[in-house]
Ligand binder design. Structure first.
Ligand SMILES: Nc1ncnc2c1ncn2[C@@H]1O[C@H](COP(=O)(O)OP(=O)(O)OP(=O)(O)O)[C@@H](O)[C@H]1O
Length: 271
């Protein structure tokens, strides 16, 4: 699947992130080197606190690395940019605005100078339709379910037509059935939009089902990339068929081995 993609759309070279804390400097990430191809779906997985969000925030441009460089579409990442849309676990919608208005705000910020109000509204409608929420357009976040709020968050991120979609555990707070439904929707949307996606997850099945590549991180402090697993399952992917697929089981086991045998061992050694 990913073999035909242009390599190195996102390039991360020798990135290191150290935080200043009250107890001194804390080395969160070291020696991070990673390439993401255009249209590739990449999952970042690792134990809690290993630095997944730190790495995603660096790609988003929300923080800058202590050392090293991050490049997206041949430009150095120096801050947030609409070319990189971000979806967080807690959806971060403005509670006093309707679903439509939450998305419209983002659309207006990015396209407002160049387009008419009718065009901006059409973009907002299209984003709501993409996630199946046309009927909820006039509802406020407090009036809809957690899964619907997450869909609005995804629609808002996609509405600005980002080159890259960055997702930090977007389904982490949802029940298993809603999560499965949104994973399937995301698969369909990404198939349609051909977006490049980097997603943080704790969920091994989510990583294998969605990704072209799973980036497995070692435990912190000074976490780094332990192994990168290429997931060559054909698309479109069907979760029910995959449940009995030998290749799927093989990929799943490889991630579990990394997380619970190799990284668990490191934890014991460093404890
Ligand atoms: N701004 C900050 N200042 C100091 N330390 C930080 C800061 N941000 C993150 N850290 C530390 O860096 C490490 C990595 O944190 P990060 O949130 O990236 O981990 P994570 O893998 O996303 O964790 P989780 O899966 O629990 O969300 C942690 O030890 C965390 O305490």
């Amino acid at each position: 699947m990913s073999s035909g993609l242009t390599s190195k759309y996102i390039e991360i070279h020798q990135v290191e992130q150290t935080f200043k804390t009250a107890k001194g400097s804390f080395p969160a990430l070291r020696d991070i080197n990673l390439s993401v191809a255009r249209g590739e779906f990449v999952a970042l997985i690792g134990h809690s606190g290993c630095g997944k969000s730190t790495l995603l925030n660096l790609i988003a441009g929300l923080t800058l690395p202590t050392h090293g460089t991050l490049i997206c579409a041949n430009k150095e990442i120096k801050g947030p940019d609409p070319e990189r849309g971000v979806v967080f676990q807690n959806h971060s919608l403005l509670p006093w605005l309707t679903c439509f208005e939450n998305i419209y705000l983002a659309v207006e910020r990015v396209f407002g100078a160049a387009e008419t109000k009718a065009q901006l509204m059409a973009r907002t409608d299209a984003a709501l339709a993409l996630v199946g929420l046309t009927a909820a357009a006039q509802k406020r976040p407090g009036e809809i379910s957690g899964g619907m709020k997450q869909r609005v968050g995804i629609a808002r991120a996609l509405s600005i037509e980002p080159k890259v979609l960055l997702m930090d555990e977007p389904f982490g707070a949802l029940d298993a059935l809603t999560r499965a439904k949104l994973q399937d929707e995301l698969l369909a949307i990404v198939q349609k939009t051909k977006s490049t996606v980097v997603m943080v997850t704790h969920d091994v099945d989510e990583a294998v089902l969605l990704s072209d590549k799973i980036v497995m991180m070692t435990n912190g402090p000074a976490a780094t990339i332990g192994e990168v697993l290429q997931v060559d399952l054909p698309r479109p992917r069907d979760r029910i068929a995959l449940a009995e697929d030998a290749d799927y089981a093989h990929y799943r086991k490889a991630v579990i081995d990394f997380l619970y045998t190799r990284q668990a061992h490191v934890e014991k050694l460093t404890a």
